[in-house]
Each structure stands twice: as C-alpha cells, then as structure tokens.
Design a protein around this ligand. Structure first.
Ligand SMILES: Nc1ncnc2c1ncn2[C@@H]1O[C@H](COP(=O)(O)OP(=O)(O)OP(=O)(O)O)[C@@H](O)[C@H]1O
Length: 222
C-alpha cells in the first residue's frame, strides 16, 4: 500500500529531515511510526498526503509514484486518504454533523447520500446522538472522535494519524486507539505517528522507529 524508496527530504537547503528512508506497508496493516520530536514522523505523513514532495527517492501509494500526480490530480488522490490530526482541526462554528459532512460536500456528494454517510461515520465513533452539537460542547476525546469520523466518512483505503492521542489522558487514548483498530479490522490500512511509547507497546502492532530522519528499527507486531 505504501512504499518509501530511498526517500530524502530537505527543507530549504538545511540538513535532511528525512534521510534515505526505506520501508513498505502492506494493504490491511496497522503500523505505528515513532521517534523523538523532530525525528521526521510528520514529514513522512506530509509526503504521503502530498503536502510536501521528496527531495530524492520515491513515495508510492497503491502502486502509484506520487511524483507522477499533477497538481490537479492531488485533490482526487487525497480523497482516498483519511487524515486525523492531534488538534483535530474542527470548524467550531459548525455542528458535528456539518464538520463530518464537509469532505463530502466539497466533492459534490448529493445531500441525502451525504447525510446517510455522515450518520454511519458518527455511529462508528459512538457520537450519533451528538450530531447537532457544536464542537465546543464536546470533551477533548469526543472532539477527536469527530475528527476521526470526518477522516473515515469517505471510506478511505488508507488512514493516517499524526499524534491523534497527544492531548488525551491514557483511558481516552486507549479508546481512540481501539477505534483505529476497528477500522483496521475492516480492511483499512492505518499508519499512526505517535511518541506515546507506553501506549504503542501495549497495542502490539508493527512499529517503525525513526531517529534523525532515519529508520533505526522495524519491529514486527508482537
Ligand atoms: N516546513 C518545514 N520547514 C523547515 N523545517 C521543517 C519543516 N517541517 C519540518 N521541519 C524540520 O524537519 C525535522 C523533522 O520534523 P517533523 O515535524 O517531521 O518531525 P516529527 O517527528 O513529526 O516531530 P514532532 O513529534 O515534534 O512533531 C525537524 O527538524 C523540523 O524542524
């Protein structure tokens, strides 16, 4: 599903934030990406979402070299990917329902179809009863679950998350991770960047460890 081949990323002529990175993730895997602050975790996710381009090497997703995508094709490519951020980036003047519906409206999905899909996504994250609420009325864990519903409303083949439990206590973090596992169980490939080593160790999925932009360990699921 994902292949990095000799990938390097240099920001503005400085040192390489990512250096000769090689790894593959098969369709249907759930993998953690970890490492110290500045190790390059977010850079890997930015390369996968075409927010950044590699300075060298190739990034392939579903067999396609992302360098071959034209600027016009990038939005279509991104529709196959769900992205969850640490700060969830919800619109605070829109309801939970409207936040989750946003990607579908941008794509021109008919409203009735969109409503059905939004409710299915909210149901999966256990927030169907809060569809009319504003994000400000929700707890941090609930807000993160809205962010996850928005990321999966398109049924993406690939789900990426950057520190999705960064602001949550251990219990809520475990709940959020269980949600990712649920989506993985139904076939979604999941790549999660996290520096929460205790949480990662408990969950027993494959772990890619980065240090200073290099892969220093690739540990199979326990
Ligand atoms: N847009 C940018 N311009 C310049 N340097 C950048 C940019 N984005 C990242 N970097 C640098 O690249 C390196 C890797 O950053 P990255 O955000 O990928 O690491 P990270 O492992 O996700 O860190 P954190 O856990 O703190 O988010 C860091 O030294 C960072 O300062």
């Amino acid at each position: 599903m994902i292949t990095f081949e000799h990938v390097g990323k240099r920001y503005g002529g400085r040192f390489e934030a990512i250096a000769d990175l090689n790894f593959s993730i098969e369709r249907g895997e759930m993998v953690f990406l970890t490492g110290h602050s500045g190790a390059g975790k977010s850079s890997v996710l930015k390369l996968l979402t075409c927010l950044e381009r590699p300075s060298r090497g190739r990034v392939l997703v579903a067999g396609r070299d992302l360098a071959s995508l034209s600027a016009g094709q990038v939005p279509f490519y991104r529709r196959q990917i769900g992205v969850v951020f640490q700060d969830h980036q919800l619109l605070f003047d829109r309801s939970v329902f409207d936040n989750v519906a946003l990607p579908l409206l941008i794509q021109g999905v008919p409203p009735l179809d969109a409503a059905r899909r939004v409710r299915a996504a909210l149901d999966k994250v256990g927030l169907l009863h809060r569809e009319r609420a504003l994000p400000i009325e929700l707890s941090g864990g609930e807000q993160q679950r809205v962010g996850i519903a928005r990321a999966v409303v398109n049924k993406p083949a690939l789900l990426l998350a950057d520190e999705p439990t960064g602001n949550l206590d251990p219990q809520l973090s475990a709940d959020i991770m269980r949600l990712f596992e649920d989506f993985n169980r139904i076939g979604t490939t999941v790549l999660l960047a996290s520096h929460d080593l205790a949480l990662i160790a408990r969950l027993r999925h494959r772990i890619l460890r980065l240090r200073e932009g290099r892969l220093i360990a690739d540990e199979e699921a326990a």
